[in-house]
Design a protein around this ligand. Structure first.
Ligand code: ADP
Ligand code: MG
Length: 228
């Protein structure tokens, strides 16, 4: 399987501007969405068009939400947290969605898994993004295995998500993680780029390995709290 590191364009300046713009756009968007909702319930409009409008608003909204992850490099709050707990919390969160799609999530979490220093909500977001991608890749069911284990002589922790979905074709592998590159009709193409940013902000690395027809393996490696 080829290993492809998620593209590492330096987007910090662009990212900050994007975050500013995203913030400004979000408020009027919320208002517009509300009005569409009202119109939809008042029956005297073409409901089909309104439904399309709402979908598009929601799409813009998810793009903005993902771009906003670039915002506020200031005052990041890092807390010491146990990896196993973090992963378990995300598994609990994602299991209903997986079950609905006939996907079985299994996990192997090393006993006494280590603590890391993290911005918990963001790191959870990374795992949610990765598991969501696996779920979306397997509309007809499948399997997701999640693991947590110590590596580098207990200096780092490796958290990984494997699926047995369709994998990523070699022709497009190079574009994965490029901003706005998506193969989904309703995708934003920002999930992996944003995830990579978050992992790097934790001094970690995000790796993606994929084999067409066999599945995808996404792994993040993070320094353990107190590592040399
Ligand atoms: P989005 O999910 O909005 O498309 P992402 O950045 O999360 O954006 O993913 C980019 C693309 O990478 C996806 O559109 C898909 O083609 C591919 N991809 C990511 N994860 C997987 C996976 N587990 N299996 C197959 N393809 C994947
Ligand atoms: Mg995604």
């Amino acid at each position: 399987a080829d290993e492809l590191l998620v593209k590492s364009e330096r987007l910090s300046a662009v990212g900050e501007m994007a975050a500013g713009i995203a913030h400004e756009i979000r408020n009027p968007l919320t208002t517009l969405k509300g009005f569409v909702q009202l119109m939809q319930s008042s029956q005297n409009m073409e409901n089909f068009y309104l439904a399309v409008m709402r979908d598009e608003f929601e799409r813009i909204e998810s793009i903005l939400n993902e771009l906003l992850v670039f915002a506020r490099p200031t005052a990041r709050v890092l807390e010491r947290y146990n990896c196993a707990h973090l992963v378990q919390e995300v598994i609990d969160l994602m299991t209903p969605q997986a079950t609905l799609q006939n996907i079985l999530i299994s996990h192997s979490i090393e006993i006494g898994s280590l603590d890391i220093m993290c911005e918990k909500s963001r790191l959870k977001q990374v795992l949610v993004n990765v598991i969501k991608n696996a779920i979306e890749a397997m509309p007809n069911g499948g399997q997701i295995d999640i693991y947590v284990r110590a590596v580098d002589e207990q200096q780092s922790v490796s958290i990984g998500v494997r699926d047995n979905g369709p994998g990523i074709p070699a022709e497009v592998a190079g574009r994965i993680g490029e901003p706005f590159y998506t193969t989904k009709g309703t995708g934003t193409g920002l999930g992996l780029m944003v995830s990579r940013k978050i992992v790097e902000a934790h001094q970690g690395i995000l790796r993606i390995q994929s084999e067409e027809g066999r599945g995808t393996h996404v792994e993040m490696i993070l320094p353990v709290h107190g590592a040399q």
